[in-house]
Ligand binder design. Structure first.
Ligand SMILES: [Zn+2]
Length: 507
């Protein structure tokens, strides 16, 4: 073995092809070389998991280049070429001295010219490494997996949870599989199956319901001879592209037939449950009305009612300035409530100019595009606090990672000024409740908490909540895959298309 047998790098983005504008090179935060273990060691992240496994297995790692950005519009070609170029150059530098590579990717990155940016990236990595150096790739559960990705990587290793609380474990799993492959103890081969099913976002929750059953089935299949890894990826449906969709890449040890059979069995299991991946969710007015009823019934003695503004989830590439749920809360006179977040840098600036302890009247939110509702006009509020918005996750998801909301204002408004709105400069998914504590609010003491999140909020908020209500709201990450207008996805696919029992499987 060489002195630094494992190379680690990454380039991750979830690209919403329905969002306007593009994601540019400066939207990415970059860590290079020794900054990577210094920043991520001990955190629940892929790099943190690679650190932990390397320490345990006494593997030296060449830490190279890691670029990540909040989900958003497709990358400009400039952004892709810049970061892919830096990463591939780093791999090339070490190509002769490493015995294996771990790459932290998302799997749903697209550019203004590429549907399958990871497939392209892995092709370039493979070109400089040659065919013999094994490459293990970690993927978000929301990857849209292509045949090119399967061919060009030796192992695809996806998160198994949604909320993604196993990100560190995924890094560990990938590093262990890579080490086994480097030692010659594993000959990985992968087969991909694609059930034509698009589960609604909130029903991809792996803690409960049909997705929990699917994940349990995947774990069962891993006890079959030679089957090592049954990945289950329900897809990121805000990508109007032929690679979008549910995928089941299964990795077996030198046994393609076993991989194919397990992939087919899992895909058929998903297909049989397709109807259970669709539900009617309440809209904002109905959801807030239910929350008020629960408060009136005394339910909040056990904790707040948590409402999820799923359509405007910045973790799915949205504007994070949607107003429909906030407007319903204000119109219905909800009290002792919190709302995270409204991204509105102009209002942050107005509040900062007014100062803490002052009252002002603003037009809040609804300014980025026409997909997230109108601004809440002439909203009078009290500036209770302004903080720097550097918030370290304390909940189960990506624990220890610091997230940058930008300057964050605690604006008290609504009835009795008892609705706390967190107004931020940046688009960041508020899945960790620490953002409330950051401005002096204890979220567990509120009666109603609304968060812009699809399902990740469950990790930190569900334990404190008396009830959790995902809402069907407008925005660029609608929970229902029937909402967007697709032109380029593979059809037919359920539930966009009516499909009968016999329409799948087709083997
Ligand atoms: Zn995800």
């Amino acid at each position: 073995m060489s002195e630094e047998p494992v190379l680690f790098g990454g380039f991750a983005h979830e690209s919403n092809t329905f969002a306007t504008d593009s994601t540019t090179r400066t939207d990415f935060s970059v860590h290079e070389g020794s900054e990577i273990p210094e920043t991520f060691r001990g955190t629940n992240s892929v790099a943190g998991g690679v650190c932990a496994t390397a320490d345990r297995e006494d593997l030296d790692v060449a830490w190279t280049y890691l670029a990540r950005a909040e989900p958003g519009p497709v990358l400009s070609s400039d952004a892709f070429e810049h970061h892919a170029g830096r990463l591939v150059a780093a791999v090339e530098t070490h190509a002769d001295s490493v015995d294996g590579v771990v790459l932290s990717l998302h799997g749903a990155m697209a550019t203004d010219t590429l549907d399958d940016a990871e497939g392209e990236l892995l092709g370039r990595v493979r070109d400089v490494l040659g065919p013999d150096v094994p490459v293990a790739v970690t993927l978000d559960l929301h990857a849209n997996v292509s045949e090119a990705m399967v061919e060009r990587a030796d192992a695809l290793v996806a998160y198994r949870t949604y909320p993604h609380v196993d990100v560190g474990e995924t890094g560990e799993r990938a590093t262990r599989l890579l080490a086994e492959t480097m030692r010659g103890d594993l000959d990985p081969t992968t087969r991909l199956e694609r059930p034509p099913v698009l589960p609604m976002g909130p029903l991809q929750n792996t803690r409960d319901g049909p997705m929990a059953e699917v994940m349990a089935r995947a774990r069962d299949l891993e006890s079959r001879p030679n089957v090592r890894l049954v990945n289950v990826l329900p897809g990121y449906h805000m990508a109007d592209s032929p690679v979008m969709g549910f995928s089941v890449p299964v990795l077996a040890d030198d046994d393609p037939a076993a991989a194919r059979e397990a992939a087919r069995d899992l895909a058929a299991f998903v297909w049989e449950r397709r109807e259970s991946f669709v539900a009617d969710l309440p809209g904002p007015e109905e959801g807030v009305r239910r929350a008020r009823e629960l408060v009136a019934e005394g339910a909040t003695a056990d904790g707040p009612v948590v409402l999820a503004d799923t359509g405007d989830n910045p973790g799915g590439g949205t504007a994070a300035d949607g107003t429909t749920v906030l407007r319903a809360m204000l119109d219905q006179g909800v009290t002792n409530a919190g709302f995270a977040i409204v991204r509105d840098p102009a209002v942050v600036a107005e509040c900062a100019a007014a100062g803490v302890g002052e009252r002002l009247t603003v037009d809040l939110g609804g300014k980025t595009d026409d997909a997230h509702g109108e601004p809440v006009r002439d909203l009078t509020g009290y500036v209770a606090a302004i903080a720097d918005g550097r918030v370290e996750n304390t909940g189960p998801m990506l624990t220890g990672i610091v997230r940058e909301f930008g300057r964050t204002v605690r604006l008290q408004c609504g009835r009795d000024e008892s609705v706390t709105v967190l107004v931020t400069e940046n688009r960041v998914q508020p899945y960790d409740a620490e953002v409330f504590r950051h401005v002096g609010v204890a979220p567990e003491r509120l009666d109603v908490v609304a968060v812009k999140s699809n399902n990740h909020y469950r990790a930190d908020y569900e334990p404190m909540a008396s009830h959790v209500l995902p809402l069907d709201t407008i925005g660029l990450r609608p929970p229902d895959p029937r909402t967007p207008t697709f032109e380029r996805v593979r059809r037919p696919v359920f539930p966009i298309d009516a499909m009968a029992d016999g329409d799948y499987p087709d083997w």
